[in-house]
Structure formats: C-alpha cells, structure tokens
Design a protein around this ligand. Sequence first.
Ligand code: HEC
Ligand code: HEC
Ligand code: HEC
Ligand code: HEC
Length: 122
Amino acid sequence: MKKRLVCIGVLLSFMISCLLVTGAFAAKDTIVLDASFGKVTFDHKKHSETLKIDCLKCHHTWKAGETSGKKCTECHKATAEGKTPSLKDAFHQTCKGCHDELKKASKPAGPTGCTQCHVKGK
Ligand code: HEC
Ligand code: HEC
Ligand code: HEC
Ligand code: HEC
C-alpha cells in the first residue's frame, strides 16, 4: 500500500514537472502566428525577457502585474469591429510599429519588410 502511494507520488511529480517544462502554465518561448500571408515566428521569450519590453505594451488590456489573460485574437478579428482594429492592423501597429520606430532612430530593430516576418510554405 505504502509502495503504491510512493509510486503515485513519483508519477504525479513527474507529470507536473513535464507540464512546467513544456510551459503549459506560461507563455511559450516561441509562438508561431499562422497568417495566410505567411507564418510569423515570434520569439516571445526574447521580446519579454531579453529585450524587457513591458507586457502591457502588447497585452494592452491586461492589468499591471497580470501574467495571463485574453489573447489578441479573442478580440481582434479578420475585420475591424467598431473601435477594435482588425487583427492585421493590431499586429502591424504593435510589431512593425515598434520595429519601424527603432529603425528610424538607428537602434537595433526587428524586421520591417513583409517577407522578413512572413514566411510562406510549410
Ligand atoms: C512584443 C509583444 C509582447 C510582449 C512584450 C509580451 N507578449 Fe505575451 N504574447 C504576445 C503575443 C503576440 C502572444 C500570442 C497570443 C495572443 O494572440 O495573444 C502572446 C502570448 C502570451 C501568453 C499566452 C501563452 C501562449 O503560449 O499562448 C502569455 C501567458 C503571455 N503572452 C504572457 C506575457 C507576459 C507575462 C509578458 C511580460 C513579461 C508578455 N507576455 C510580454 C506578445 C507579447
Ligand atoms: C479584451 C479585448 C482585447 C484584447 C485581448 C486585445 N485587444 Fe487590442 N484593442 C482592443 C480594443 C477594444 C481596441 C480599441 C480601443 C482601444 O484602443 O483600447 C484595441 C486597440 C488595439 C490597438 C490600436 C491602439 C491605438 O492606439 O489605436 C492595437 C495596436 C492593439 N489593440 C493590439 C493588440 C495586441 C497586439 C493584442 C494582443 C497582444 C491585443 N491588442 C489584445 C481590444 C483588445
Ligand atoms: C517595443 C518594441 C518591439 C515590439 C512591440 C516588437 N518587437 Fe520584434 N524586435 C524588437 C527588437 C528591438 C528586435 C531586435 C533585437 C535584436 O536585434 O537583437 C526585434 C526582433 C524581432 C524579430 C527578429 C528575430 C528575433 O527574434 O530577433 C522578429 C521576427 C520580431 N521581432 C517579430 C515581432 C513580432 C511578430 C512582434 C509583435 C507580436 C514584435 N516583434 C514586437 C522590438 C520589438
Ligand atoms: C514585424 C513583423 C511583420 C511585418 C514586417 C509585416 N507583418 Fe503582416 N502580420 C504580422 C503579424 C504578427 C500578423 C498577425 C498574424 C496572425 O495572428 O494572423 C500579420 C498579419 C498580416 C495579414 C493578415 C493576416 C493573414 O492571415 O494574412 C496580412 C495580409 C499581412 N500581415 C501582410 C503583410 C504585408 C503585405 C506586409 C508588408 C507591407 C507585412 N504584413 C509586414 C507581422 C508582420
């Protein structure tokens, strides 16, 4: 009986650590955004941890200190709805917008060309 409980304990902690390692409780390191124009590979970890961009700069509807919440696509749809810009405009303004600004200021920036972000195929 005791042996069995230990076994279950070991199994459970193994399963929990697997979940933690695969990041089921946090943002994935890299997120592939599947746009019809071509997939965009977004290094979430680099932007949030290495570049230290404020979470709220992108997750603008979360409250300060919140580490999870609604995704962009839950509100921003293919076409604009009322005051809510389309998914394309929301992402381009956020992503390309920052890269454009940094480039203008001659600082290290991310890509600004369409096919530098969007990769066709696969
Ligand atoms: C440069 C923009 C940007 C920054 C900065 C950013 N995120 Fe994200 N994050 C995104 C995008 C884009 C997604 C993709 C999912 C979506 O549509 O919302 C995402 C997804 C997530 C998810 C969903 C998990 C998943 O794997 O789908 C979590 C949790 C998250 N971010 C937390 C954070 C936290 C916490 C911070 C700050 C430490 C942060 N993010 C900073 C853009 C950003
Ligand atoms: C809970 C719904 C919701 C979520 C989640 C959300 N947005 Fe928005 N977003 C809105 C609404 C509503 C507006 C228009 C009103 C405003 O500016 O707040 C907006 C406006 C914007 C704008 C235009 C801001 C401006 O100054 O004109 C950008 C850019 C944007 N969102 C990007 C994003 C990105 C990127 C994500 C995900 C990381 C995201 N949004 C998640 C609802 C949302
Ligand atoms: C507030 C500024 C800012 C925002 C917002 C931002 N980026 Fe970046 N991004 C950068 C900077 C700075 C670099 C370059 C870092 C370097 O050269 O080491 C970068 C690099 C990149 C790269 C090049 C590969 C890499 O990881 O270095 C890609 C692709 C990219 N960003 C995509 C995105 C996408 C997609 C979004 C929106 C979801 C986004 N970025 C939002 C500042 C930003
Ligand atoms: C900084 C990276 C970046 C650059 C540069 C960029 N895009 Fe995007 N684009 C995105 C992201 C991220 C999305 C949202 C992806 C999603 O979740 O569907 C998007 C969405 C789109 C969409 C709508 C979504 C779809 O399914 O097709 C189109 C069309 C598009 N981009 C075309 C372009 C064109 C044309 C250019 C050049 C003028 C361009 N993009 C430049 C990152 C970028």
